[in-house]
Design a protein. Structure first.
Length: 69
């Protein structure tokens, strides 16, 4: 299991090393989509601001990952 996780992290690191802005841009798209979703009656999905929280976390992780690579 640890060998699989190690290979997965190596492949992800290699992939994101060449695409440093991908995760922050994807996170900002989630934040923008959350703004759009608020105007539609989608129940708990719009009330919980799920995309906003995922977008912020993804953007922060993407910035930290780009900074370390």
């Amino acid at each position: 299991m640890s060998d699989f996780l190690s290979r997965l992290l190596d492949q992800a690191s290699e992939y994101f090393a060449h695409r440093k802005g991908l995760l922050p841009i994807l996170g900002l798209v989630f934040v923008f989509l959350n703004f759009i979703v608020q105007f539609f009656p989608l129940g708990w999905f719009a009330q919980t601001n799920l995309l906003l929280h995922l977008g912020i976390v993804l953007t922060i992780i993407g910035i930290l990952l780009a900074w370390s690579l």
